[in-house]
Design a protein around this ligand. Structure first.
Ligand SMILES: [Zn+2]
Length: 390
């Protein structure tokens, strides 16, 4: 089929456009309008009637452990590699793969290969270089060279305020952020640094000092897991007021066994109430991370694996429980993360010229169909896209 025409959807771009038809050609949106024609000369057209369905951009998840993570309770606790069929039914069409605690037994080359394979299988995938270790292994010899010369690398990853981090000094973090930033400038990528936040007492103080005392752009440091506890969350509001972007983890919530955490949808409502701009708030899943759960004495108490579906779940909670308007709730998983990682306007919105990544939901916000680059990727919870061995 040359063209795909989806008719009569209630379109949220994420701005609410009302009932529209969307015409797709070559993986791109080429027209949006009412009552678009169904024939285009000699070109074949597949027409899909989306009456009664809501259309949104595909979701952007900037924190996914695609080759697995965990391992913190011993080798048995390493999570397996993800399959594309675990990703697309939940509306995710763009992901950023990264390392977790272990960047040694899991290597950066394997991460690159996995990201490439997910793209070959049909979604958009990028990666971060680096891991909890500093300095960490890279593909081309340095963070700067990875961002400059490796097509899929768009930024760097590190960890602070966490007993599992390399306990990096402020100078080391400054250098890392500067390297990523400069490489991003030269390569035309975002060159940001995604920073795992633990529950250490230093919290975000190092990053706030860097913002106050250096010239580095605040929005290129994206701390994640900021809903991990009340202390970190409170400081993240201050951080955002200095111009930083804060990333909520949808997979961390009291209902998943993480005591003391803040439910993601509630955290987002509280950030908005505190006056944080929508564009400075993103939500990612931390999918496929295996978290060891410890009791109050620090003894190992069990394992918990995070999944991508929490993004859609928390989006639904934002709309249904927190009464956040759809067009605002969508931004935390579409436009805001796409812009934060430098992939907007190609990703994160429904517009002429943007990639045809889109989700069709029913009136209850259940996902009915997902399209990735104009191809049907999943339908009613079942992945149409498959890996070679699925
Ligand atoms: Zn993670």
């Amino acid at each position: 089929m040359d063209l795909l025409l989806i008719k009569n959807a209630d379109v949220y771009a994420p701005k609410h456009l009302g009932r529209q038809d969307v015409l797709i050609n070559g993986g791109k949106i080429v027209r949006i309008g009412t009552d678009l024609e169904t024939s285009y000369g000699s070109l074949s057209v597949e027409v899909v009637d989306a009456s009664g369905l809501v259309m949104t951009p595909g979701f952007v998840d900037q924190h996914v452990h695609v080759i697995g993570a965990g391992g913190e309770a011993g080798y048995f606790s390493r999570t397996p590699e993800m399959r594309i069929s675990q990703i697309v039914p939940h509306g995710i069409t763009t992901i950023v793969g990264l390392h977790g605690t272990d960047g040694t037994a899991r290597n950066i080359e394997a991460l690159y290969a996995k990201v490439c394979s997910l793209e070959q299988e049909g979604i958009t995938a990028r990666m971060l270089t680096g891991s909890f270790e500093m300095p960490s292994a890279t593909l081309a010899g340095s963070v700067r060279r990875d961002i400059l010369f490796v097509d899929k690398v768009i930024g760097a990853k590190t960890a602070i305020s966490d007993r599992r981090s390399s306990q990096p000094t402020r100078a080391e973090i400054e250098h890392l952020v500067a390297e990523a930033y400069t490489a991003g400038l030269v390569s035309g990528k975002r060159g940001y640094t995604h920073i795992h936040m633990g529950n250490g007492k230093r919290r975000l103080s190092m990053l706030m000092d860097i913002i106050r005392e250096t010239e580095l752009p605040p929005y290129l440091m994206i701390p994640t897991h900021i809903n991990r506890d009340e202390g970190l969350f409170a400081q993240s509001i201050e951080f955002a007021k200095l111009g930083g972007i804060v990333d909520i983890t949808s997979g961390i919530a009291p209902e998943y066994g993480f005591e003391g955490t803040i439910k993601p949808s509630k955290a987002i409502r509280r950030l908005l109430e505190a006056g944080v701009d929508v564009r400075q708030i993103t939500m990612s899943s931390d999918a496929n991370g295996c978290m060891a759960v410890y009791d109050s004495q620090g003894n190992y108490a069990g394992l918990c694996v995070t999944t991508v579906e929490t993004i859609h779940k928390e989006f639904c909670c934002l709309v249904k429980e927190e009464s956040i308007p759809m067009e605002t709730a969508l931004q935390f998983i579409t436009t805001s993360p796409a812009a934060a990682i430098g992939m907007y306007p190609q990703k994160g919105q429904l517009a002429v010229g943007a990639d045809a990544d889109l989700v069709l939901m029913d009136s209850d916000l259940s996902i009915r169909k997902v399209y990735a680059m104009g191809r049907l990727a999943a339908e009613d919870g079942v992945s149409i896209l498959k890996g070679a061995f699925e």
